[in-house]
Design a protein. Sequence first.
Length: 199
Amino acid sequence: MPRTKEQNQEIRNKTRRAILDSSLKLFANKGFHGTSISDIARDAGISKGLAYNYFESKQKIVEAIFQETLGTGNLLQDKLKTIGDPYDKLKFLIETMFDYIKYQEEYWRLYFAIALQPELFTTSQSINKEFEQIFLKITEKIFRELGVKDPGLEARWFMAGFDGLGLQYFFFRENFPFEKMRKFYLKKYSAGGIKKLKT
């Protein structure tokens, strides 16, 4: 019996997901230039030709991976809309960022690699900048709701802190006090900590 249109779409979605997951893993561990389409196809359990049917190049795969971050940003905004108290919003945002660094290591390794080679990934850089603007807008709005003196500047400082935290965690993991830093951020941006930012 021939497959239905829905079944064919489900197969396509699963294949695309397998390609993206394998690519992210291999790019993070072997590097972009050290990974071939053949490597990706082998890891995803498909033929090289089929991989090219979905993505014409490794560049397009990287773009697709980062395109998904925009969806993550939109989901984050939707979740924050369900939280009324701005302190709870900030706490949720901090917990989410720490969990993302801890449990999405392969993505962050690729992110930092791309950040250091902007001339090779102009489209990906554009996508990342768009995500950064979403995150900046979210954070600035929360700080404004909290009455912080300079919400825009504080939002940028907040974001820069997480970039630096991610780098230190990946390079110095054995000695990096990850959970202590989580508690530090939660305390720094608690009601008492925010009070100091209003003066």
